[in-house]
Write a protein that binds this ligand. Structure first.
Ligand SMILES: [Zn+2]
Ligand SMILES: [Zn+2]
Length: 272
């Protein structure tokens, strides 16, 4: 099967001439094209005994490069696997309503911070509530800004053990095997928290409104959007992961170090 590097090497120059790319895109393409080739510097390893030489070319280390991310993922996985608990795990995904995508695009850092804050507080607060689990939990949370069709689609993946430390730290409390907290409860707390914080940064004039959302700089319009967002269900997905804990991290590793363009994505979109 072809790989991204060979496609870029063969057609990259032609593509750039025909369609034009931004400076940043050109930089990424060049990095991927030259990764582990003679275009980058090389190390020569020499055997002290027989003098045999092996040349290894440097990698580009670009975060969009499939070759480099594969290596980084392995390193990350080794580290994560050491902190796994011997229990079942859940995979919870928090997604922003599509009506917030334009605001997010123009205010990425601020909105991603709120997304993490709202999702993490939701998990911690509901888990510590005796009505649900009554325990202190821990988890890993990963931001994704695009969906399977490569469109802008901000959401957070959380991987959490099915249980946590009792509030007095004396024992580990397990959740049921297949049920963490009802997604409707997760969604409504998540939405409420996010909108509360969004209102606050709006009141502090911390948001930018350009292009098709410039009308939102007027408080009445913004309030209309907020009212609407309070009236809709917020999407949270929670699934038990029924495999071994090490499987869970491998699964998450595919998210943490996945690059947007891979051969599998291209094949799915029927681009090659
Ligand atoms: Zn590379
Ligand atoms: Zn995702």
């Amino acid at each position: 099967m072809a790989d991204i590097q060979s496609i870029f090497k063969e057609y990259g120059t032609l593509y750039r001439e025909k369609y034009g790319v931004t400076n940043n895109q050109a930089k990424v393409m060049k990095a991927i094209e030259s990764c582990r080739t003679s275009a980058l510097n090389a190390h020569v390893h020499t055997c002290n005994e027989c003098g045999h030489e092996v040349i290894s070319y440097n990698s580009c280390r670009n975060r969009h490069c499939p070759q480099c991310q594969d290596f980084k993922r392995e390193q990350w996985l080794n580290k994560q696997e050491q902190s796994l608990l011997l229990t079942h795990y859940f995979h919870v995904v928090f997604t922003l309503p599509q009506e917030l995508r334009s605001i997010t695009l123009f205010n990425q850092e601020k909105i991603y911070n709120l997304l993490f804050k709202a999702a993490c507080e939701t998990l911690l607060e509901l888990s510590s509530d005796p009505k649900h689990l009554g325990a202190n939990i821990g988890f890993s949370a990963i931001l994704h800004t695009w969906g399977q069709n490569l469109m802008f689609h901000p959401h957070i993946h959380c991987i959490l053990p099915g249980g946590g430390l009792a509030m007095n730290n004396t024992r580990f409390i397990h959740t049921k095997k297949k049920f963490f907290i009802h997604v409707k409860v997760l969604g409504s707390v998540f939405g409420g928290k996010f909108l509360f914080y969004l209102n606050r940064i709006y009141a502090n004039n911390e948001l930018n409104f350009f292009g098709d959302i410039d009308y939102l700089q007027y408080p009445r319009n913004f309030q209309e959007l907020i009212d609407f967002l309070y009236s809709i269900p917020w999407n949270v997905n929670s699934k038990p992961n029924l495999k071994k804990p090490s499987h869970v991290m491998k699964y998450l590793g595919n998210y943490t170090h996945r690059v947007a363009i891979s051969i599998i994505v291209l094949l799915r979109l029927k681009m090659i």
